[in-house]
Design a protein around this ligand. Sequence first.
Ligand SMILES: Nc1ncnc2c1ncn2[C@@H]1O[C@H](COP(=O)(O)OP(=O)(O)OP(=O)(O)O)[C@@H](O)[C@H]1O
Ligand SMILES: Nc1ncnc2c1ncn2[C@@H]1O[C@H](COP(=O)(O)OP(=O)(O)OP(=O)(O)O)[C@@H](O)[C@H]1O
Ligand SMILES: [Mg+2]
Ligand SMILES: [Mg+2]
Lengths: 253, 253
Amino acid sequence: MILSIANQKGGVAKTTTAINLAAGLSLEGYKVLLIDADPQTNATQVFIHPDHEISQDRSLYQVMMNFAPISNVILETPFPNLHVVPSHIRLSSVDLELAQALDNRSERLKKALDPVRDRYDYIVIDNPPSLGLITINSFTASDKLIIPVSTAFFALSGLVQLQETIGMVKQAQLNPNLEIMGVVCTFSDRTLVSSDVERKLREHFGGLVFQTTIPKNITLEEAHSNHTHIFAYSPTSAGANAYKSLVREVIQR
Amino acid sequence: MILSIANQKGGVAKTTTAINLAAGLSLEGYKVLLIDADPQTNATQVFIHPDHEISQDRSLYQVMMNFAPISNVILETPFPNLHVVPSHIRLSSVDLELAQALDNRSERLKKALDPVRDRYDYIVIDNPPSLGLITINSFTASDKLIIPVSTAFFALSGLVQLQETIGMVKQAQLNPNLEIMGVVCTFSDRTLVSSDVERKLREHFGGLVFQTTIPKNITLEEAHSNHTHIFAYSPTSAGANAYKSLVREVIQR
Ligand SMILES: Nc1ncnc2c1ncn2[C@@H]1O[C@H](COP(=O)(O)OP(=O)(O)OP(=O)(O)O)[C@@H](O)[C@H]1O
Ligand SMILES: Nc1ncnc2c1ncn2[C@@H]1O[C@H](COP(=O)(O)OP(=O)(O)OP(=O)(O)O)[C@@H](O)[C@H]1O
Ligand SMILES: [Mg+2]
Ligand SMILES: [Mg+2]
């Protein structure tokens, strides 16, 4: 199963969800590949030690631009069952660099994943905060999408755009079977704005919204700066419990 | 003075800073134009009533794609001295749509602003969370940049990329005089991670970091869902005081 974590709204916990979902699934015994498709390299920074500088040739950039086999850039992490494909800054120019390409630019990631997809139970893709060519590649390669939505006013309007983009990928026959696995509320707290947005989300998306909501919890932030996931950093925290419950819902869907 | 609010990291309060800086400057008696260059249209949603649907022909999209005069799309707001150029979803395909353009695609916004820049004391541009063609256009058109940085672990690494992009715009002679006016710490609170990041920022950027830091403050969120800026929504809140102090520092620089 190939899962994309996507939302063009910035800072809604796409990377935090991708990291902790991938880690949580690997702790349940599933073989997991985490792909960092965001040129900001946030997910890469958590799993790869800062002294281990990743060159563009050893990153997703090389796969997308120069058809390098993805198995050349897959790295093991300190955690069993969890591998990672690192990102690189240069990925941010893919839209411009691939503009003149003659092949179907939207299928590059899908074609790159075909040879390795049977080695993993789950492939989790972290996406940048935009709906450009990188995200279109992820949507084309994915079976399902998980959409983190922060419980804030600006969060709701972006969902219309996101649904339009998903429709476009389906209509263009890039990936007719693409569907939303679920919407997960992040940064939820007891403020009026937060519960109001959550209520609107459940009205609008119904059963697509996961039962699990992710609370604001500083340990999630601390885990990142300690270069690890929440289950290794603080296994009994509210953040760890929430992501553990999300992992269980994902396995069931 | 044309000011770009930029950082490719998502959710660091670019839009919140653009809105409240533009509003604060207009309350000081300066004539201000706020340009929403983010296809998510967050800044547009705050100032333009939701029932007033903006078509792509009446938005920045038309200016960037079809050379429409920007004065055709400038709208007044309920606040004196504050005008706004609305964004549109279609702006998200500018990178792909302009790939084949024969002119210098990076200068479209600069050329569009030349005829109106003398009508305003400040033009404030809100940017999307990416370093694509829209942000390059903003950098080419701007005199100075303000970089909001949230006090979180992921926030620091993006700054290297941002400085590289600024260097690129200068070297390519697109805008040799472009400079960073300042870096503003946002979402600051009393956690260890927050004060640690703030210390590292001041070490790295020195005097470029504004004295003012913006605290986490729910009234900033509430102002957005009430379609207004912080000074009209809650003038004595911590959020309003912080942005008032930032406005004063900006006027002095
Ligand atoms: N539930 C939470 N509680 C507290 N902090 C969180 C939570 N989830 C994420 N964070 C922090 O909030 C910030 C934004 O999260 P993250 O970087 O995962 O979002 P993103 O959607 O991937 O951002 P971008 O759009 O830039 O890719 C990060 O600093 C992260 O550590
Ligand atoms: N100081 C603050 N305290 C509390 N909430 C804030 C603060 N500043 C911004 N916010 C809220 O945090 C969210 C992110 O801020 P905002 O949308 O301005 O960031 P952005 O950088 O423009 O995001 P994007 O990368 O998607 O453009 C918004 O919901 C906003 O209302
Ligand atoms: Mg991210
Ligand atoms: Mg914004």
